[in-house]
Structure formats: C-alpha cells, structure tokens
Ligand binder design. Structure first.
Ligand SMILES: *Cc1c(COP(=O)(O)O)cnc(C)c1O
Length: 391
C-alpha cells in the first residue's frame, strides 16, 4: 500500500491511466493546431476536439455546441459570472449567490461589487443548504443571475438544484451552477436540472489538470457570455487562445469513462465512505458536518472535539492525506468559511477534516486509514490531556 493513503480527491483526482493513454499521441505525432485549416495536422486535432466536445456534452446531457473549453473551473466560473454581468448589464446588475460557494465564485462576486454590481449572499442552514424562500425574496427587478453550486467541495452537500432553477425560471433569471465536484460523481443533466450555465473541471474527474469547460445553453433561453480572454475568436468568440488539445482529449476520455461507471462507482464509493464514517464516529466527540441525506458519495467532513487541528494534520500526514477545508484555503489557518456558515464556531471548524475518496481508493486503504486515524487521534488527545495536567 502506498503511503500516505490519498484521501483528498476533492482537491484533485489522480489521472486514470486510460486517460493518459488517449492523450499521449496528441503530444507527439498528432501535435497539430485545431485552428489550422489547410492540412491534415490541423484536421486531426480538430476532429479530436470534436470528439472530446461530444464526450463532455454527453456527461451532462448537453449539445456539443454548448461546450466552451477553458483552462479549468476557475476560468469557467470567471467567464460565467463576469461574462453574464457584462452581457446582461442592460437588464440589471444584481447577482444572488450563497456564502458557502467555492472561493472562485466568491472572488468573482467581490469583483462584481467592485465594478458597479450588487451581490446578495444567501446564508445556509446547519446542513449547508440554502433556503428557497430566502432565494425568492432576494430577487429584485435588477437580478440577472443566480449562482449556486451543485454540490459543495468541503462537505459534499448537494443543493436543491431543480427547485432553484424553478425559482429562476419563474422570474426570468439565469441560473449558473458550479458543478465541479458533482459532475462525473452523480447524474448532472442540464435540461432536467434547468441549468443555463455550468462549470466543470477535468482534474476532479480523473482527467488532467489545467483544462475545464463552461456549458452555455443555446436554446430556451439562448445564453450569451462576454469573452474574458480576447484573441483569435476561438470557442465561438467566448474564449480565445490555441486549444490545449492533449488536455481536451484527456478531458473527453475522462468524461466518457465517468459516464460509463457513474452508477456503480458512486455506490461503491458511498459504501467505502460510510464504512470509514462508521468507524471514525466510534471515537467520542466526533460528528459529521453537512447533509446526511443530500450529499455526494465520496466526501465526508468530520469534526473531532478536543484536538488541535493543525497539529493533528501534521501527525496524520505521513499516513493519510486529508485536508481541512478546500485546497485553496487549507494553507491558511483560518477556519473554513463553509463550516462557519453552517453554524460551527471557529474552534470546531478548525478541528474538522474533509476526507474524500476516489476511483482508486481500496477497501484495505480505508481499513488501514481508520485504524491509523483512530490511533493517532487517541494518542494526540492523551498527549494534550497530559500537557494540560502538567501546566
Ligand atoms: C476544484 C474546484 C474549483 C476550481 O477548479 P479548477 O479547475 O482547479 O480551477 C471550483 N469549484 C469547485 C466546487 C471545486 O471543487
């Protein structure tokens, strides 16, 4: 068994080796630029991008013409929020989001506020869910966009996406959902879910890093987003720049694989996750954060009372790779904004851990992880008790 056991798949997933196999030829013999129209090198690349576009579209029930390739979910989120803010400025300048969004969404919203827009940040309840009545009452005649993530990257909590889209439709407001954690893990279907714009990323679903996509609805309604990167007019003028062909090819292959195994993989992951949770909950003063009913199959977020979170992570890190909060904020010692929004105090948020499983997590890795974690947490607690009596 390779140590530390990797249980941080929400930060990034390892690539599926089958994805790499499909990518390799596009670095070497098929190195063409998909915009080259005058020779076979270009045509080959263009054909490969076309196939990948179909594969990504298939995963979310979209049409391939609705897929815009980007450098990842962060860029897709920027394109969605800033692009809609610009494009729909004739209608209004108000956006509704929630306090527990990914940093990329929150930072784009801050940019909106600094550029003449207004943002309402909906609170979440103890399970991390927004309230639909609050959503509806936040709508004004200037509201142009509802931006609510599909599922949270720290707790796995799944928002009531279909009901959010109904509220949006009723008021003629566009709905953008950051589905970076949900896509490839649970069924995400843009039509059934009523989503107008959606972001996803290859490296969260066993594809390469540095490539992602934005889904932009083409009918009922036709949505437009203003480009944030200007140049040669690639990607229907919404995102210029030579396409990352090997990355896109890998992204497509990764989506197709996820599409094939989604149902069985999600069941397997939830069994492993539940197994781990049951064992860790045997420790006194431990509890789960987030919704137990509406959540992704591969994530758990657990608090352990009476531990020093930072020190515990250090003690754990040779054996298991887990995190506190998201990868982008775990370098700071600040408590997770997602957990404090759910009502945890700073101290409780700081001793909460996100444990996320993936396609390559095995039962024996889970068994050894909970044994090691239980042991280390007990040792850690005893040591701090001893330290307290010696003071
Ligand atoms: C990882 C993640 C992102 C950022 O994706 P990148 O492709 O790394 O830019 C955005 N939102 C959520 C929910 C994520 O989990």
């Amino acid at each position: 068994m390779k140590l530390p056991v990797y249980l941080d798949n929400s930060a990034t997933t390892p690539m599926d080796p089958r994805v790499l196999d499909v990518m390799v030829p596009y670095f070497l013999q098929n190195f063409g630029n998909s915009s080259s129209r005058s020779h076979v090198y270009g045509w080959t690349a263009e054909e490969a991008v076309g196939l990948a576009r179909d594969q990504v579209a298939d995963l979310i029930g979209a049409d391939s013409a609705e897929i815009i390739f980007t450098s990842g979910a962060t860029e897709s989120i920027n394109l969605a929020i800033k692009g809609i803010f610009d494009q729909y400025s004739f209608k209004g300048n108000h956006i509704i989001t929630s306090v527990s969004e990914h940093r990329a969404v929150l930072d784009c919203c801050e940019w909106i506020e600094n550029n003449g827009g207004f943002v309402t940040y909906l609170p979440v309840n103890a399970e991390g869910l927004i309230d639909l009545a609050q959503l509806e009452s936040a709508i004004t005649d200037k509201t142009i966009l509802i931006s609510i993530m599909y599922a949270n990257n720290e707790t796995g909590t799944i928002q009531p996406v279909r009901r959010i889209s109904e509220v949006g439709k009723k008021h003629g407001i566009l709905f953008f959902s950051d589905a970076t954690q949900a896509a490839g893990k649970i069924p995400v279907q843009v039509d059934e879910d009523g989503i107008d714009v959606l972001s996803l990323s290859a490296h969260k679903l066993y594809g390469p890093k540095g490539v992602g996509a934005l889904y932009v609805r083409r009918k009922n309604p036709k949505v437009a987003v203003s480009a944030q990167i200007h140049g040669g007019g690639h990607e229907k003028n919404m995102r210029s720049g030579t396409l990352n062909i090997p990355g896109i090819v890998g992204f497509g292959a990764a989506c197709e694989l996820c599409n094939h195994v989604l149902e069985t993989e999600s069941t397997e992951l939830s069994i492993l996750r539940d197994n781990l949770e049951t064992e860790l909950l045997k420790l006194s003063g431990s509890h789960i954060n987030g919704s137990l009913k509406n959540r992704l199959p591969h994530i758990t977020n657990i608090s352990f009372d009476a531990v020093n979170g930072e020190q515990l992570l250090l003690e754990l890190c040779k054996e298991v790779a887990v995190s506190r909060g998201s990868a982008c904020s775990s370098v700071t010692t600040k408590p997770s904004h997602v957990l404090t929004a759910m009502g945890l105090d700073d101290a409780a948020a700081l001793c909460s851990f996100r444990i996320s499983l993936g396609r390559f997590t095995t039962l024996s890795e889970i068994e050894s992880s909970f044994k090691i974690m239980t042991e280390i947490i007990e040792k850690h607690r005893n040591a701090s008790k001893l330290a307290a009596t010696l003071k």
